[in-house]
Design a protein around this ligand. Sequence first.
Ligand code: AMP
Length: 406
Amino acid sequence: MRVCVVGSGGREHALAVVLGRHHDVVVTPGNPGIPGSTAVPPEQLDADLFVIGPEAPLVDGLADRLRAAGRLVFGPGADGARLEGSKAWMKELLVEAGVPTAAYGAFTEAEGAVAFLDTMAPPYVVKTDGLAAGKGVLVTESLVDAQAAVHDYLSGAAFGDAGRTVVIEEGLSGPEISIFAVCDGTRAVALAPAQDHKRLGDGDTGPNTGGMGAFSPVPGVGDDLVDLVMREAVEPTLAALAARGISYRGVLFAGLMLTPNGPKMLEYNVRFGDPETQVVLPRLTSDLGELLASAARGDLGPAPTFDDGAAVTVVCASEGYPRDLRTGDVIVGLDEAAAAEGATVFCAGVDEGPDGELRTSGGRVLAVTGQGVDVAEARSRAYDAVACITWPGMLRRTDIASRAAD
Ligand code: AMP
């Protein structure tokens, strides 16, 4: 099969590598670190299967446009992508489907939002309804800060139109897990679970980021828990979508908190997570292309299989990430890292210099994945490969998966 992957980050590089084990792959627009990248837009490419990576084109209806042109597409239409495009709509659907989730209120006026906040206990959770590049969530112990966020969001000052509806939630606590469910409109199958590290600094300190590393499997998250999430969350959600006439064919990425009262759904994303993809997919031992194509056809094939080992990915980021980035530096040591035992380098924020050298061009530049028989071996292989790589001001955490490796 010829497969077209849409997107340009580390997630798309991982999709391309794993799809490439069995199929021809083209990536649009990709980046200079991803072989098979092309600037030709997806609408003008010929492929047997299109896999759309990021949420923005999904929310924008790219899957619908490609399907209307007769293409086979893995990725929800704009109707299903609303799960990520509108948190208020997602919460409404979760409640309708009976999926355990934090209590909430959705508001377009400050007065009602502030009155609702007064009824909540800390931590206060304030979210933009719309897409805000992963930055629209505030979790704070301070009622004053939460009230200020409500005003900043609703006025449009903080996130433009994305914040003109706010969602205020009950603050939950507990470890978080991510589960990817591959859906064919009515049925779903889970991939191996993963956990990511959202904070910039070691010891989970510093600002929230898109993710500084991840690992799979997750100690303590066994088949029982995955089955429970599929039964009590993913399947009822698919049924609620179907009841609204939405045939959801793509990934439902369930972000859950394991609270003392059981797992609760924090959010759905409508695409593979980054950097979780860089640890989940490399562990696949079955054919990813066949799995995604069968889901895209509405005829989900056999359950995927995974190796018994582990994968750990460490993100290398530009100085200043996640705020003011220093970019344009030459990345040294990529070939050595890629040749390190059990390691794969996935390129995200990179561009090409005049002599073909790769330079930093974004916040998260690389995700370096190590694989091994267990988390400890995978972790040491990932860090051995990271040690080969350098550029001025490169940031990386030193404690990715350290607890899981114990
Ligand atoms: P979201 O984009 O909705 O997943 O939120 C981003 C992060 O904010 C999550 O990964 C959690 O760490 C935190 N968060 C979101 N909702 C809640 C909540 N109701 N209670 C506590 N923390 C939350």
